[in-house]
Design a protein around this ligand. Structure first.
Ligand SMILES: Cc1cc2nc3c(=O)[nH]c(=O)nc-3n(C[C@H](O)[C@H](O)[C@H](O)COP(=O)(O)OP(=O)(O)OC[C@H]3O[C@@H](n4cnc5c(N)ncnc54)[C@H](O)[C@@H]3O)c2cc1C
Ligand code: FES
Length: 351
């Protein structure tokens, strides 16, 4: 077993043991100490904290998310930073009313279903060896076998299904996890090593405003979890779900959401939008559909998820429609190229 160090989190006055090769965020989340984070791969900057005492290794932090001058000022990205001594970090954590944070654990999963649900898109259903408590909208990280790398995927199933989770994965050409594994060698019955739950993109139950849910591609996954959770637990949030994809061949779960709309016409509406094909449904960018449907988005909350440029565009549309950033929750599906290039460095990104 590798050496361990003590990480003290101020002003919470909490102490956590952290392995020399363990990310500080990981140690904290496993010990039940919640720290803000989003991508968990050193890309977004959400987990940036001040090191008050001691030394850390910045490891794989993106140069765009943690700049040279910030490193010199003693800042670090705790999702990738490991301790090289006992350290004290400063974390000003806002505690949100009504939010329960669940500790991160490791799971051994068995893939029970692997199916193509749209072009370059697969559904994975995984049986876990223990129950995972999570908030609808959160994600898991999965080890890519033999590559010493992990990738993150949002949970599409609701928390009520604590031992069987659904993921929806889009193929990235040349991608290590997708092209190199999930869309090539992965088979039903295979064992997957995963951990979770992670992320701050989840349903705020205490907020009772009508919700605008906007998903691009597999950005639908966490929204599916939220919609299912709201409907099956009898919450009364009004939900407007938008799903943007390029063509009909890229659409999935349309029939499922169409049925839900029929069953809950007063509470749930579903609007698939195609950007590159004319059809009987909505055509154009998903943001155009929201723009056309809402004169004002004031007094709503919004949940946006998908590729960073789409999330950014949706954010701008909603703000133009008078929704404040504090009312908008976003999950950017950053990947390795965003990490290398900085991706969309949004001034609107919640830090
Ligand atoms: C919070 C979160 C939740 C997510 N949830 C989902 C989900 O539910 N479903 C889903 O489909 N995806 C999701 N993603 C995206 C997912 O985690 C992966 O990023 C995606 O599947 C690609 O992984 P990959 O290993 O196949 O590709 P990667 O190997 O990571 O490559 C991605 C792209 O980057 C390029 N690239 C690789 N290395 C470099 C480099 N050094 N410089 C420049 N370019 C490079 C590759 O050529 C490729 O085009 C989520 C991401 C985040 C952050
Ligand atoms: S959560 Fe650490 S950089 Fe995104």
């Amino acid at each position: 077993m590798s050496e361990t160090y003590t990480v003290t989190i101020e002003p919470l006055e909490r102490e956590v043991e952290c392995g020399a090769d363990q990310a500080i965020l990981d140690a904290c989340l496993r010990a039940g100490v919640w720290l803000p984070h989003a991508c968990t791969h050193g890309t977004c900057g959400t987990c940036k904290l001040q090191v008050l005492e001691g030394e850390v290794e910045h490891n794989d932090a993106s140069d765009f998310a943690l700049m040279e001058f910030e490193r010199n000022e003693g800042k670090t990205l705790v999702c990738v930073a490991t301790p090289s001594s006992d350290v004290v970090i400063e974390a000003d954590v806002d505690v949100e009313e009504g939010v329960v944070y669940h500790s991160v654990n490791d799971y051994r999963g068995t893939l029970v279903t692997l199916e193509d649900i749209a072009r370059d898109t697969r559904r994975l259903v995984i049986d876990l060896d223990g129950e995972m408590a999570f908030n609808p909208g959160q994600y898991v990280t999965i080890e890519v076998p033999g590559k010493g790398a992990t990738r993150t995927y949002s949970i599409a199933s609701p928390p009520s299904e604590a031992k069987r989770i659904e993921l929806q994965v889009r193929r990235t050409p040349g991608g290590l996890a997708t092209d190199g594994w999930i869309f090539s060698t992965l088979r039903e019955g295979d064992v997957l090593m995963l951990s979770g739950p992670y992320g701050r993109f989840f349903l705020r139950e205490a907020r009772t405003e009508p919700m605008i849910l906007i998903g691009g591609g597999t950005g639908l996954a966490p929204l599916k979890s939220i919609v299912r959770h709201v409907l099956e637990t009898g919450l009364e949030h009004r939900m407007y779900l938008y799903h943007g994809v390029r063509t009909k061949a890229d659409l999935f779960d349309g029939e499922y959401f169409g049925q839900l709309e029929k069953q809950h016409p007063e509470q749930f509406s579903y609007r698939p939008v195609l950007s590159e094909e004319e059809w009987e449904g909505g055509t154009g960018f998903v943001t155009d559909a929201v723009d056309a449907d809402f004169e004002s988005c004031k007094w709503h909350t919004a949940y946006i998820c998908g590729p960073p440029p789409m999330v950014e565009a949706a954010m701008k549309t909603l703000m133009k429609k008078r929704l404040f950033p504090k009312d908008i929750y976003r999950e950017d599906f950053f990947d390795a190229s965003d990490k290398a290039t900085g991706g969309v460095r949004s001034p609107l990104l919640k830090r």
